[in-house]
Design a protein around this ligand. Structure first.
Ligand code: NAI
Ligand code: MG
Length: 499
């Protein structure tokens, strides 16, 4: 195993960008796009160009997939526990590089360092350590099919996995895909999000010290030009995608032509139900955390539809506003900052248009916190968190994923009415219910149509919790042992005739 300390940690994110800019990682080397093309990456807090990134296309995809296919053969022959040890070693190295990774992701995405980016870097390292330890769980079964035949199953790698990731938690979401895929004996080609190419490239550079070259490759580029050829490549045997419903469907359609398995983690509009007997302060804290106000609401599990019993509604809104008022908006890299910026102009415009629509529909917008006064940040994509009340029941703000710091609070009177409203959504990713009554809690967990339901708390996703939605929130599960076995291997049935 190479010396773990060969890559010097670099906590100035701008210096790291200079080292990584304009590059893919293909076959163990940082290389430019075959076309030589690049595009700009912008710091959303200042609108200054941070650097360039490689603009990948089908030719880069072909080079990366060939490298992966070549490396995968020897990797699949490596004993599973050896593979697991190397993945866990990546986790330990990533832990050492946690601070620089956190700074880099804060610079490119606008996510505050203290409240978000460091947390993400920690989960990233943990996911590698977690999956490294699961290598010997790649077990099959023996089946009592016929006493004269020995019948067993084995878990086989798929081959080359294509992974397409978004920008909101790019390192963590990449880890949830590549750590289990690699431990299971696959090779991987990742396409990063246009807005956030650097932190994930640094992660790959760090892993590159430990793992065989070509085993994982990272391409930077746009969805249609680089993501689609990755899905379409004949040697890619599985695709895992996180992003919008629209792009997820485009990925699924392309994969259908090849009949390959696909995992999709798409959006959500997750309901939070606060019953009349709920502990109000705990529910308010859960709403502030669950709405991911510190990540500008840019979370697929954000509790963005908050149904509060009418008797508590006004007190709830007042307390939630006070809590969010206490959060400081500012420079993402400043330790004092709780809330940074929206990731891009596209998302900024999108979020602002929803807020304008909510006001036009007669909704009451309770604006929270303050945009930073600092002149250098005056052009940044800062959006004041907003709690909407009094929206019409069919408002797009209540039905569509906004992916911004916009919480919709809806008053309800009756339990049956609120369960029906919560389930009246094209999405089904997560849900929470807040009550002191055990029967209500159990009934709600049973009836809420979501992949992840919590009672009296609002925790984030962790590597050992199976995660994934129903309806248009996606297909399949990520994280946990189940995801590795079900989504990154295929089961082979083997029969020996002993006569
Ligand atoms: P997007 O779905 O367009 O981008 C996510 C990833 O998919 C990026 O790597 C992108 O390059 C790739 N992609 C885009 N079109 C593709 C295509 N046709 N084929 C293959 N890959 C493609 O999401 P975007 O535009 O950044 O955000 C739009 C909305 O999507 C957000 O407002 C939010 O509602 C949702 N979203 C959900 C996420 C989640 O965690 N589930 C993450 C990011 C966005
Ligand atoms: Mg898009």
């Amino acid at each position: 195993m190479p010396d773990a300390s060969t890559l010097v940690t670099q906590t100035d994110p701008r210096a790291l960008v200079r080292e990584l800019e304009g590059k893919h990682l293909i076959d163990g080397a940082l290389v430019p796009a075959a076309s030589g093309k690049t595009f700009d990456v912008v710091n959303p807090a200042t609108l200054q160009v941070i650097g360039q990134t490689a603009d990948g296309d089908a030719e880069d995809v072909a080079r990366a997939v060939e490298a992966a296919a070549a490396a995968q053969k020897a990797w699949a022959e490596t004993p599973a526990r050896e593979r697991g040890k190397l993945i866990a070693e990546c986790g330990r190295l990533l832990e050492q590089h946690k601070e620089e990774l956190a700074r880099l992701v804060a610079l490119e995405t606008g996510k505050a360092l203290r409240t978000e980016s460091r947390v993400e870097a920690g989960v990233l390292a943990d996911a590698f350590v977690f999956y490294g330890g699961l290598a010997s769980e790649l077990k099959g079964e023996s089946i009592p099919f016929n006493p004269k035949m020995l019948t067993v199953t084995s878990r086989e790698p798929i081959g080359v996995v294509g992974a397409i990731i978004p920008w909101n938690v790019p390192m963590m979401l990449m880890a949830f895909k590549i750590a289990p895929a690699l431990v299971a004996g696959n090779a991987v080609v990742v396409k990063s999000a246009e807005e956030a190419p650097y932190a994930v490239l640094r992660v790959c550079q760090i892993m590159n010290q430990v793992l065989p070259k070509g085993l994982f490759n990272l391409l930077s580029g746009f969805g249609p030009d680089c993501g689609q050829p990755l899905v379409a490549h004949p040697k890619v045997g599985k695709v895992t995608f996180t992003g919008s419903v629209e792009a997820g469907k485009a990925v699924y359609r392309t994969a259908a032509e090849k009949l390959i398995p696909v995992t999709l983690e798409l959006g959500g509009k997750s309901p939070m139900i606060v019953m009349a007997d709920a502990d109000l302060d705990k529910a308010v804290a859960g709403a502030a955390a669950g709405m991911r106000f510190t990540r500008q609401g840019q979370s697929c599990t954000a509790s963005s539809r908050i149904y509060v019993h009418r008797s508590l509604r006004d007190a709830f809104v007042e307390k939630l506003k006070a809590k969010v008022d206490d959060l400081v908006m500012g420079d993402p890299l400043d330790e004092a900052t709780d809330i940074g910026t929206i990731v891009s102009q596209q998302q900024f415009e999108r979020v602002k248009s929803y807020i304008a629509q909510g006001k036009a529909e007669g909704g009451t917008a309770h604006l929270c916190s303050q945009v930073p006064a600092d002149e250098a940040l005056s052009r940044g994509y800062y959006v004041q968190p907003v709690i909407f009340t009094d929206l019409p029941a069919d408002s797009r703000l209540i039905t569509e994923e906004i992916f911004g710091p916009v919480a919709c609070v809806v008053a309800f009177d009756d339990y049956e009415e609120v369960i029906a409203a919560a389930n009246d959504s094209v999405y089904g990713l997560a849900a929470t219910v807040w009550t002191r009554d055990l029967k209500t809690a159990l009934n709600a967990t049973k009836r809420l149509e979501a992949g992840f339901v919590q009672v009296n708390q609002n925790l984030v996703v962790l590597p050992n919790l199976s995660y994934g939605g129903v309806k248009q929130s996606g297909l399949g599960k990520e994280a946990s042992l189940e995801a590795m076995l079900e989504h990154f291997t295929h089961k082979k049935t083997i029969i020996f005739n002993m006569e």
